[in-house]
Design a protein around this ligand. Structure first.
Ligand code: RIB
Ligand code: CA
Length: 313
C-alpha cells in the first residue's frame, strides 16, 4: 500500500520531536509532504527553529518547513516553558540549524497542498494548537473536502486537564481554532491525554532509546529525561508521556489503539472550563458524532515500534 501523504503541524516540544522523527523514519508508511510550525509550547521563532533542528538531526533535510501563525485566533499566546524548557527542546545539546525555512506562510502551504493533491489523499497531523489548521479552513473552506483525515493530539476527558483543571494544553491555547476544526465535518481522530498518559517513557524504555547508540537515540533519551520531570512531579508518573508520537504511531499501526466514535465539543466561553473537550463518551446526548476519541493503546507495542523505527535514523 502506498504511504499516506501527511502534513505535520507542530510546536516542538520534545514530544513533537519524537513524533516527527518517527514519521521521518517510516517512509514506507508516511510521506511527509511538509512540516508547518505554530506557536504553542514556545513562541513561533523557537518552534520553527526546533523543527529545523529535528529534521537535521534525522538527516532528512529535504522536507519543506514553513512557519505559521504566531498567536492564537482570539487570545494571547500561552506557552509551556515550564514543561519543555526555555528553548522548547531542552535536554540534548543540539547544534543550531543550517536548514532554512521555506518562503511563504504555513497556512498557504496547507491550502495549496490540499488543493493540488488528489482530493482525499492528504492527512493533517496537528501536534500543537490548531491555529494554522483553523486559519486554513476559514480562509479556504473548499479544502475541507480535500482532507483525507485529521489525526491530532489534544484534549482530555477522563484524564481531565494538564494546563487547567479541565483543559489540555493544545486545545486550551486556541479554543476558537479547535472549535472550528471539530465543527469542520472532517474525519477526525483525537489522541487525548486519556491515551497519551499511557505512553510513558519508563526507565527501561528510555534505556532502550539510549542503547541505540545513535545520535537520534541518545538525543531522544535526553529529551525524554528532561521532559518527564513535569509529569513525574504533577502526576507521580513513571516517565514522560509521549503525547505527540501517538499521532504518528496511529498512522503506522492503528491496531495499537482503541477508541470510540463520539461527539466532542469545545468550551470556548467559560473562563472556568475554557478549552475543555466535552466528550460524550457514554452517548448521553443526540449530538452528532464528529470524532474518534482514542482511550487506550498497546504501550509495549507502541514502544517496540518507536524504538525500532528510531533505530533506522
Ligand atoms: O498537552 C500536551 C500537548 O501540548 C503536546 O502536544 C505537547 O507537545 C504540547 O504541545
Ligand atoms: Ca506538541
Amino acid at each position: 500500500m502506498a504511504p499516506r501523504k501527511i502534513i505535520i503541524d507542530t510546536d516542538p516540544g520534545q514530544d513533537d520531536a519524537v513524533a516527527i522523527l518517527l514519521a521521518l523514519a517510516s517512509p514506507e508508511d508516511v510521506d511527509v509532504l511538509g512540516i508547518t510550525t505554530v506557536a504553542g509550547n514556545v513562541p513561533l521563532d523557537l518552534t520553527s527553529k526546533n523543527a529545523r533542528i529535528i529534521c537535521e538531526l534525522s538527516g532528512k533535510v529535504d522536507v519543506p518547513i514553513y512557519a505559521g501563525c504566531d498567536r492564537p485566533l482570539g487570545r494571547d499566546l500561552v506557552t509551556a516553558e515550564h514543561v519543555h524548557g526555555k528553548t522548547g527542546l531542552d535536554g540534548p545539546d543540539l547544534p543550531d540549524p543550517t536548514l532554512q525555512l521555506q518562503d511563504g506562510h504555513a497556512v498557504d502551504f496547507i491550502i495549496d497542498t490540499l488543493r493540488n493533491e488528489a482530493p482525499g489523499t492528504v492527512t493533517l497531523c496537528p501536534l500543537g494548537p490548531l491555529t494554522n489548521i483553523a486559519t486554513a479552513l476559514t480562509r479556504a473552506p473548499d479544502i475541507a473536502e480535500h482532507v483525507q483525515q485529521i489525526v491530532l493530539m489534544g484534549g482530555a476527558y477522563f484524564e481531565v486537564g494538564n494546563i487547567t483543571p479541565t483543559a489540555e494544553f493544545n486545545i486550551y491555547v486556541d479554543p476558537q481554532a479547535a472549535d472550528i476544526v471539530f465543527k469542520s465535518g472532517i474525519d477526525i481522530v483525537v489522541m487525548p491525554l486519556d491515551v497519551t498518559h499511557k505512553a510513558l517513557v519508563t526507565k527501561s524504555r528510555n534505556d532502550a532509546f539510549r542503547a541505540l547508540g545513535t545520535s537520534v537515540g541518545v538525543a531522544v533519551a535526553q529529551m525524554t529525561d528532561f521532559f518527564e520531570r513535569f509529569d513525574k512531579e504533577k502526576y507521580g508518573s513513571t516517565g514522560a508521556p509521549l503525547h505527540d508520537p501517538c499521532v504518528t504511531a496511529y498512522l503506522i499501526r492503528p491496531d495499537l489503539f482503541t477508541g470510540r466514535h463520539i461527539n466532542v465539543e469545545i468550551e470556548t466561553e467559560s473562563e472556568l472550563t475554557l478549552g475543555m473537550t466535552v466528550a460524550d463518551w457514554w452517548g448521553v446526548t443526540d449530538r452528532a458524532r464528529n470524532a474518534t476519541f482514542i482511550g487506550d493503546l498497546d504501550s509495549d507495542g507502541f514502544f517496540a515500534l518507536l524504538t525500532e523505527r528510531l533505530g533506522r535514523l
